[in-house]
Ligand binder design. Structure first.
Ligand SMILES: Cc1cc2nc3c(=O)[nH]c(=O)nc-3n(C[C@H](O)[C@H](O)[C@H](O)COP(=O)(O)OP(=O)(O)OC[C@H]3O[C@@H](n4cnc5c(N)ncnc54)[C@H](O)[C@@H]3O)c2cc1C
Length: 400
């Protein structure tokens, strides 16, 4: 068991807070320091693409509840800029300060991907990750733009488009894939989601890339690869996210689309360093390959395992085996996912039907169940959850 007098957590959001709470709940009595680039106490990002945009919701209502008294030193508005794994020090704010550690939790999450070469701030182009991003988008929506263009039909783009339609504004949703979300959910669910968008009055331009975006704030013109042009007074870019690992360059940690770890969430290339949340890429037993999952449940589960393992030491670590779960709300419908549909090689509708807006799709990989997605059928999921956890043999036939 390592001797840990001071543990530093970098990233003061969902994974960072939950890791810190687990450390205390598991008996850590030493010095606990939490470093966060944002100026806020940890808050929930989940409502930012949903209720926060359309309803009166205060910042206080977004704050994450505390599970225990942390007795920690919080450094808000402070950025970690480098890591020295030999001296066991984190450099803060460009090296003006150094913080020593015996144990380190990396929970720096992800940042939204931006359009290269476009001065987004000057042109009023929005992204959505932080409270500030959401407040800026909410204020812009309150001016009742005539036409909103959402670029990217993944989880956040789809939710934003749906929420903007709830405000009865005109929306076009553009995505380079012919069936956005099919990588995440398979073609049956993706086709159903595309249909819902159109049924609810969203203009969809799928299978076409954005070629250029010109104009000034309030009067933007997007040109797609097929020559089609769209004029919009508000543009939201939702092209996915990239892990916040710049500050770890040169640290010796293995970085590859996130912080690579072993199954116990110990970073490879250093001692007493664990990672959790959206930034960690770890081998998942369902597929054997390293996965990085940007879901609330994964942030909570990895934070708990990483913190407990840091206290136990690498030799006694337990592997991260929890199944990711996700709830998406689109046009008044609920889409729930469990497991890793992304790892599947086959999928099939196993209950209900897309035409009834109530169905379940099961996903298997080499004859083993790895995921299930339910549309308006939440009660059908628990047996799948258990079967996936038990690695039930299950061949669903049709190819995804
Ligand atoms: C709009 C939106 C809607 C979402 N909806 C859902 C949903 O419906 N369901 C679901 O399961 N998930 C949803 N998610 C995803 C969920 O919010 C994330 O999985 C979760 O926030 C991950 O937590 P995290 O702590 O790992 O990372 P983050 O929440 O990204 O936090 C990382 C923190 O680290 C800080 N940081 C970064 N670099 C540094 C540095 N160098 N030094 C110090 N601090 C640093 C960042 O400023 C940030 O505060 C949504 C996300 C967004 C943005």
């Amino acid at each position: 068991v390592p001797r840990l007098d001071r543990i530093v957590v970098v990233g003061a959001s969902l994974a960072g807070q939950r890791a810190a709470e687990t450390l205390r709940l598991k008996g850590f009595r030493g010095d606990l320091v939490i470093v966060g680039a944002e100026r806020h106490q940890p808050y929930d990002r989940v409502p930012l693409s949903k209720r926060y945009l359309v309803a009166d919701m205060t910042h206080e209502e977004l704050l994450l509840p505390h599970l225990t008294d942390l007795d920690a030193r919080w450094l808000f508005g402070v950025r970690a800029t480098a890591l020295d794994t030999v001296r066991q020090q984190v450099a803060l704010d460009g090296g003006r300060q150094h913080l020593g550690y015996d144990g380190l939790v990396i929970a720096t999450g992800v940042a939204p991907r931006r359009l290269a070469g476009v001065d987004a701030a000057a042109r009023g182009i929005h992204v959505l990750r932080s409270l500030e991003d959401a407040s800026a988008l909410k204020a812009a929506l309150a001016t009742r733009p005539r036409h909103v263009l959402v670029i990217g039909g993944g989880f956040i783009g789809a939710e934003v488009a749906s929420t903007v339609r709830d405000l009865d504004l005109d929306v076009t949703l553009v995505d380079a894939e012919t069936q956005p979300l099919s990588k995440q959910f398979g073609s049956q669910i993706a086709a159903w989601i595309g249909k819902q968008h159109r049924r609810h009055g969203i203009r969809t331009c799928f299978g076409r890339r954005l070629e250029s975006l010109d104009g000034t704030a309030g009067r933007m013109r997007a040109r797609l690869t097929d020559g089609h042009t769209i004029t919009a007074d508000l543009v939201v870019v939702a092209l996915g996210a990239v892990p916040n690992t710049d500050w770890l360059t040169g640290s010796g940690l293995h970085l590859d689309d996130g912080v690579l770890t072993d199954a116990g969430l110990f970073a490879t290339g250093a001692c007493n360093v664990v990672a959790a949340g959206d930034v960690v890429r770890y081998p998942h037993p369902l597929c054997g390959d390293p996965v990085r999952v940007e879901h609330w449940s994964n942030a909570v589960d990895t934070a708990g395992i990483a913190a407990a393992n840091l206290l136990r030491g690498r030799g006694a670590a337990t592997p991260m085996t929890a199944l990711p779960i996700l709830l998406l709300r689109l046009h008044g419908h609920q889409v729930r996912s469990v497991g890793l549909p992304t790892a599947a090689t086959e999928s099939a509708v196993v209950d209900g039907s897309p035409d009834e807006d109530r169905f379940v799709v099961a996903f298997s990989r080499q004859g083993v169940l790895v995921g299930a997605v339910a549309v308006n059928a939440a009660r059908a999921l628990p047996p799948f959850h258990r079967a996936i956890a038990d690695r039930a043999r299950y061949s669903v036939g049709a190819s995804t």
